[in-house]
Design a protein around this ligand. Structure first.
Ligand code: ADP
Ligand code: MG
Length: 245
């Protein structure tokens, strides 16, 4: 179980997240939803210490999360990645072995073999030698998922993995995530398309700078909470979209 206790993050003195208290179930897929600027990305970063927090702490199985950092795979939102950097697909995936390997041990044949296996799982093995700049959005996202897989982490954090990708890639990724869940991994996904929430997630965290709700879909993904997070008018439009699926 992940526990976030009293987390507050501010940028230049302005609070992006205030006093967030929540728990994330182990072995479940949890979606993080909320309007633009709600602090969804900040929540992931604040949890694992990628942004300085003003106060609060995050624990995994009662240990401070910093002490299990190697056990967390994080795929950032795509607009935060420099795609002009010349690097091959296989080398991006290989980066995922570094947290456990340590900085000074060179990857060997075993790691290279794992790269191929991870690429196979996302159906990207034929692209190993390509430059990342040559891939479509969906292919690229699958490569980042392969990088997360090779890390063999118990906690997987993904920030908007389905934005701007094709349906095949989305299906490959979601099938894989469901398989990882069956293996007991804890998966957190920032997501903004409410129409897929009931298909993809067991639990949701609903945010709008503060915590609107957190828990299983039945009790948390409610009209009331969506209106609280998105405002009444927008909330109604979004709920119609969900119910007409
Ligand atoms: P979301 O992912 O829900 O769209 P973010 O967590 O990215 O929201 O951002 C929450 C708020 O914090 C927004 O108002 C955003 O402009 C601000 N913010 C995010 N990152 C930074 C940063 N590095 N510096 C200053 N403000 C930021
Ligand atoms: Mg974001």
């Amino acid at each position: 179980m992940i526990e976030v206790k009293n987390l507050t993050v501010a940028y230049q003195g302005k609070e992006a997240l205030s006093n967030i208290h929540l728990t994330v179930r182990k072995g479940a897929i949890t979606g993080i939803i909320g309007p633009n600027g709600a602090g969804k990305s900040t929540l992931l970063k604040g949890m694992i210490g990628l942004v300085p927090k003003n106060k609060g702490e995050t624990t995994f199985e009662e240990k401070e999360i910093a002490s299990v950092r190697k056990n967390i795979a994080y795929v950032e939102q795509r607009n935060e990645i420099d795609l002009s950097f010349p690097i091959k697909v296989e080398d991006v995936v290989l980066l995922g072995t570094f947290p456990k390997l340590g900085l000074f041990r060179r990857p060997k044949a075993a790691e290279r073999q794992k790269v191929i296996e991870s690429l196979k799982k996302v159906k990207m093995e034929d692209f190993a030698k390509r430059q990342i700049g040559e891939l479509s959005g969906g292919q690229l996202q699958r490569v980042f998922i392969a990088r997360a897989l090779i890390q063999e982490a118990d906690i997987i954090l993904l920030d908007e993995p389905f934005v701007g990708i094709d349906m095949k890639s989305e299906q490959v990724i979601i099938d894989l995530l469901k398989e990882l869940k069956m293996q007991g991994k804890t998966i957190l996904i920032v997501h903004h398309d409410l129409s897929k929430v009931t298909d993809y997630f067991d639990d949701v965290i609903i945010l709008n700078r503060y915590l609107v709700g957190c828990g299983p879909l039945d009790s948390t993904f409610t009209t009331e909470n969506i209106q609280l997070a998105y405002g009444e008018t927008m909330g109604n439009v979004l709920i119609k979209g969900v119910n007409s699926q």
